[in-house]
Ligand binder design. Structure first.
Ligand SMILES: [Ca+2]
Ligand SMILES: [Ca+2]
Ligand SMILES: [Ca+2]
Ligand SMILES: [Ca+2]
Length: 153
């Protein structure tokens, strides 16, 4: 009840914004219980944001936002306690960063960073002291692959 009120206010606010940019929302009821569990927001026909209730408990647990330059952020509440435990960042369709809280204590336990789809930095809290230790870091290394690669005949 409360949640749907918030939802309608959101719609109202979005409708008020239509003069500036047309935002449309598409709702889906994936499990057929009569309650929406997937919302897709479009701006001028392009997806802007996706919100999802993956376990159908009435609370959102996945958010995907799309930004310029192919940037995308995925946030997931893996254990459905209302706190986000996993974040993936994308740029031009490639993942640039990934963070996960494996034990759901609110602190990230592993973070990986990518460049051109390759892992360049990996941090993990190996001793569970709440601080991430650097496992791998080649982020300052120049990419030499292009130079080494043989020329096409
Ligand atoms: Ca549903
Ligand atoms: Ca949920
Ligand atoms: Ca969580
Ligand atoms: Ca943790």
């Amino acid at each position: 009840m409360y949640k749907s009120l918030i939802f309608y206010i959101t719609i109202l606010l979005l409708s008020l914004g239509t003069a500036v940019s047309a935002i449309e929302v598409k709702e889906e009821d994936k499990n057929g219980d009569g309650k929406t569990d997937l919302w897709v927001y479009y701006e001028e026909g392009r997806p802007l944001r996706i919100e999802s209730d993956r376990n159908y408990d009435g609370n959102l647990d996945m958010w995907i936002s799309y930004k310029d330059k192919g940037k995308k952020l995925t946030e997931v509440d893996l254990n459905f306690d209302g706190e986000i435990d996993m974040r993936s960042y994308y740029e031009y369709g490639q993942r640039t960063r990934f963070e996960i809280d494996v034990d759901y204590d609110g602190k990230i336990d592993q973070r990986s960073q990518y460049r051109n789809g390759r892992l360049i930095k990996l941090e993990r809290d190996n001793d569970s002291d709440g601080e991430l230790e650097i496992i791998l870091d080649i982020s300052d290394r120049q990419q030499t692959e292009q130079i080494i690669l043989p020329q096409h005949e």
